[in-house]
Write a protein that binds this ligand. Structure first.
Ligand code: PAF
Length: 280
């Protein structure tokens, strides 16, 4: 059975032993309750590295006061089975006290974290950047794997790695979807059957927006309006944001050409879901 370690010291012992044998190390940072999306990251990491560490840690510092830290789903046994099947060699599953005890340091990336999800989740990316930096320093991987579903997170982490000179390659991996189009997410488990159907308005509206651009629509304003109108037809949906931004700096893009990210956050009932597409 794959080892599940709880302390920084134990995690480092494994990684140091692999390093002594000249093996490469990949890291897949997760908050657990793993699904096919995470599995695709682990499988890719296992194909590209000798050893893969999956961190499984519901990070309290990236949740706002009224968010779902307490209720976020957890199942370390199921996670261990998935990690092993996907080819990981170690799970790092610390308690918050092991990660933070009396910590006074925060890692913060400016600008990119003030837009999109950062507007309604003002402390979120400081929590992400801090925990990801700590995981990088604990595991010291050659490569780290992140899903494109959190496109802003991927962009922020890339910038942090560049700015702080982490010697780590960040690998972005495609969104994995259910057969009907819903992007896989641990939070999908919060949805009632009725909400689960309603949640399809995210992927449906994005497909429509992408088609508009594919058919030659250049005005991002028109594409955003059409996407919003499609979501607003769904009574259980409430839009947090729908935006089309430049993929490099996350600033609003007026023209639907070049590298763009169309991103949204939408509440379905009480559950906040995100989804996006990228045109490179
Ligand atoms: O994407 C996530 O699950 C989390 O934000 C991460 C990167 C594991 C940091 O807690």
């Amino acid at each position: 059975m794959i080892p599940v370690v709880k302390t920084v010291e134990e995690a480092r012992k494994y990684v140091k032993a692999w390093r002594r044998e000249g093996m490469s190390v990949g890291l897949v940072p997760t908050m657990g309750f793993l699904h096919e999306g995470h599995k695709s990251l682990i499988v890719r990491a296992a194909a590209e590295n000798d050893c893969v560490v999956v961190s499984d840690f519901v990070n309290p510092t990236q949740f706002g006061p009224n968010e779902d830290f307490e209720t976020y789903p957890r199942d370390i046994e199921a996670d261990a089975g998935l990690c092993e099947a996907a080819g990981a060699k170690l799970i790092f599953n610390p308690e918050p006290s092991e990660m933070y005890h009396d910590a006074l340091t925060t890692v913060s990336v400016d600008k990119l974290t003030k837009v999109l999800c950062g507007k309604t989740r003002p402390i979120h990316f400081d929590g992400v950047c801090t925990v990801v930096s700590k995981l990088f320093n604990i595991v010291m991987p050659d490569k780290a794997y992140f899903g494109q579903k959190d496109a802003q997170q991927l962009c922020v982490v890339r910038k942090m790695v560049k700015d702080l000179n982490f010697d780590i390659e960040i690998v972005g991996c495609p969104i994995i979807r259910e057969e009907d189009g819903l992007a896989k997410s641990s939070r999908n488990t919060y949805l009632s059957p009725e909400e689960r159907k309603a949640a399809l308005c995210l992927s449906r509206s994005l497909v429509m927006g992408r088609e508009m651009i594919g058919n030659g629509e250049k005005s991002t304003r028109k594409v955003i309006e059409a996407i919003k109108a499609e979501i607003e037809r769904e009574p259980l949906a409430r839009i947090d944001y729908v935006e089309i931004v430049d993929l490099d700096n996350l600033e609003p893009a007026e023209d639907a050409s070049g590298h763009i990210l169309a991103a949204m956050a939408v509440y379905i009932g009480k559950t906040r879901l995100i989804d996006n597409f990228i045109i490179e």
